[in-house]
Design a protein around this ligand. Structure first.
Ligand SMILES: [Zn+2]
Length: 255
């Protein structure tokens, strides 16, 4: 992926936001490839859906691009809250390319990919309704909380101005792709438990260490009163998907 943003043809646009949108979309359109298959290119939206910017001509995977000039911190501003929640539950969220570009040097600094199956509801934060004085008064947007998405599913495509090889990106995507086979209503639990496991910061871990996050998981899933059972069940799900392996009773390893 070429990281310099195109600057030609932008004179017609007076607003900074518009120029950035045109340039980042052009860069993405010319450079992005499909992480889900070996297609070297993506089509600019043929789907005629507002949330979808690109589609793979080979495997039909859909993608959305969000570009911002500030570095990724904890949140990415997304669209309407209810639309996003419904899309997750109905399993029709596009995968997200989040792009961070430098507004002064006009280069792509970072791009991360969040696969469509990797958004737990816990990562969708409701924003305050727009004020009565706003044009869309009462409208409720949402933020995507990056730290609520397991690091396995925040796939670096460009890191600090350096593109990673498509082979590396596709291998990382393929490793977690089995999560796509889970029921959309169950997947949130699996992602939340994987995120807790990752937060331990080690390859091998004990069940007792995951239990320490029981309260945090209970807050994310207030309807479930058997959180420890659920944790054990989700560790089994992650093992069956090939993401974890069981070493001994109560002892696990990340694959
Ligand atoms: Zn594809």
């Amino acid at each position: 992926m070429q990281v310099a943003l195109p600057s030609g043809g932008l004179d017609a646009y007076t607003s900074k936001a518009q120029r950035a949108r045109i340039a980042t979309e052009a860069r993405a359109s010319a450079n992005l490839y499909c992480p889900n298959c070996n297609s070297p290119a993506l089509d600019s939206s043929v789907a005629n859906t507002p949330a979808i910017d690109f589609q793979c001509p080979k495997c039909t995977a859909t993608y959305q691009l969000k570009a911002q000039s500030c570095a990724f911190s904890r949140r990415i501003v997304d669209a309407a809250y209810s639309t996003m929640v419904r899309a997750i539950m109905e399993n029709r969220t596009p995968s997200l390319f989040a792009m961070h570009y430098g507004a002064s040097d006009w280069v792509v600094e970072n791009v991360i990919l969040i696969p469509h199956f990797a958004f737990p509801l816990s990562a969708i934060e409701k924003r305050k309704p727009l004020a009565e004085t706003a044009r869309r008064a009462g409208w409720i947007g949402c933020n995507i909380l990056l730290h609520s998405i397991p690091p396995d599913a925040r796939i670096q495509i460009v890191s600090d101005g350096k593109p990673l090889s498509p082979a590396t990106v596709r291998a990382q995507y393929a490793r977690i792709r089995p999560l796509a086979n889970l029921d959309a209503n169950q997947r949130g639990w699996t992602l939340d438990v994987l995120n807790v496991v990752r937060s331990l910061g080690k390859q091998e871990f004990y069940l007792a260490e995951v239990y320490k996050s029981e309260e945090q998981l209970a807050r994310l899933h207030p309807a479930n009163r058997h959180v420890r059972d659920k944790i054990r069940q989700q560790l089994q799900v992650l093992r069956d998907l090939g993401i974890l392996e069981f070493l001994r009773p109560g002892e696990y390893r990340i694959r």
